[in-house]
Design a protein. Sequence first.
Length: 603
Amino acid sequence: MCGIVGYTGPRNSVQPIIEGLSRLEYRGYDSAGICLKLGGKLEILKKEGKLDNLRGLLAQTNPTSQVGIGHTRWATHGAVNNDNAHPHGNEEYAVVHNGIIENASVLKKELQAEGWVFKSQTDSEVFLVLLTKFAKTEGSTLKAIARAFNTIHGNSAFVIMEKATDQLYCVKRSAPMVCGINLTNREVFFSSDPFALVGFAPDIFFPQDSVIGRGTITETKAQIEFFELDLTPSTRFRGQANAISIDATTKGHYEHFMLKEIHEQPALMEKLAAWAIKGQGQSVYNGLKGKEPSFFHITACGTAWHAGLVIKNFFEKFNRIRCNVEIASEFRYREPNLKKDEVGLFISQSGETADTLACQELCHEKGLKTFSVVNTEGSTLFRQCDENFLIHAGMEIGVASTKAFTQQVLTGYLMSMGYAGKLMSVDVYQEIKVLSDRVAAICEDAQTIKAIAEKLYQKKGFIFTGRGVYFPIALEGALKLKEIAYVHAEGYAAGELKHGPIALIDDNMVNIALLGPELFDKALSNVEEVKARRGLIFAIGPKGHSELKAVSDMVYELDFNGLPNLATIMVNVVLQLLSYHIALLKGTDIDKPRNLAKSVTVE
Ligand code: F6R
């Protein structure tokens, strides 16, 4: 979704702002803009489309400004065009905004009635106008920001620059904001994502909701001050060193971040297992023993929801904990039956997904304990939950989630083993090691998967099927394919086919059939049903089954031995690579698929 980068300091702000925004491109956007101070005036350059369009505008004049704010916009209120792109500005102020102002239309009407003129259809401009209006009466930018912020409803983050000084301001509610400082270079940065600040700001601060940050540069130092909305100094912020590695900012020798991230999986699994079973995570996981909740309400979106569906099987099988796994945007509006001795479990890579956050809030309000399975330490979800289980996937840049899914499922398994008191058994570590080796071998075998992709990529549609634990993998495989290759793909429980979807089968429809040793015969009969209707079958299943080979057009054989609980992850990696190669053949923008955003901070 939208990205923010602000800079004040001694160098030309254009370079760190554009570099920061380019790092945030992975989040998805449809226009980009920058506000600079040129000749003492606030000048805005903004352009619909990719960041390169803005780079083109900048190249015409090569402006220099020691303060600036930049933004990549993912449209919510108002069409994708130059006027609606951020920053929004006037003589006195310029603002960039992430989130939604829920009462914008009411406020806009009131302001228009007072004679204020708007240049865009965005909700964001309402904040600019409020700020400008209040600055006239309050006589101070800080006071005006506080008043404007108190007037708006909804979750938002703003960075503000002003004509009067080279200071930068930020404020936010339930939306990400990070302030960075480089004391040696006398520089201050504000951003929606610490990733934008890697290599620029060694020290970062996360202000809490309704805290105003102000960055100031003097002849001798850079400083960031924090204020409450009543303008008293605030201590409601958390400081830390920026822990993201600079390596995360590059693709290395891979053509895409998605491919790099698929290949990272074997090492990440082993790292997580070593941390949880033999390292510092031990106390967290071992501490679960004997503390099973009566019920887990698992909520998440998209790929994270699929991970939840896999995790449910662990909790029910090994811990006999009852679970409901639900899409967050449904759960939050359903008035679910929640009891105090139950636990809300929220799965999220970003920790900023609006619907998932709303579910956490709902469970918290009803008195449930809340746990997260999350990648981003310090994210809103991480901060709001009572307990966090970090998946340790590192930065995930590809919009299509791959390594986060794997680490989420693995984290759920480790939790389940923790509850069962089996974490330290040799089998758990050993199985993850076997999994890691098998996944590494699949990654090495990309040529085989590429050859299959070549046979399939022009087909009309894809039906992914699986039974039991492979059903969520069928859903995940279909999601990955549709989101990056833009082809129609559906995931079904294999036994459901004959209840409707089988009508779709013809010789242009591909059935990607997932089979494990469990329920093999049942799943095989489902494949036969498809074959009888001339469907094209690509099966992924256990090796050495001649019947499967006979009925399928293509088979990718896997060794399921030694993987009684985690084979789903192995099967899913084959699907990740298949989607990747189909998308590559179709020539789509794999790391930044159309219409998608990496972290969905609006509902
Ligand atoms: C699909 C994908 C999305 C996310 C979903 C939740 O590849 O990435 O479906 O899984 O938007 O995002 P997080 O995990 O950040 O809450």
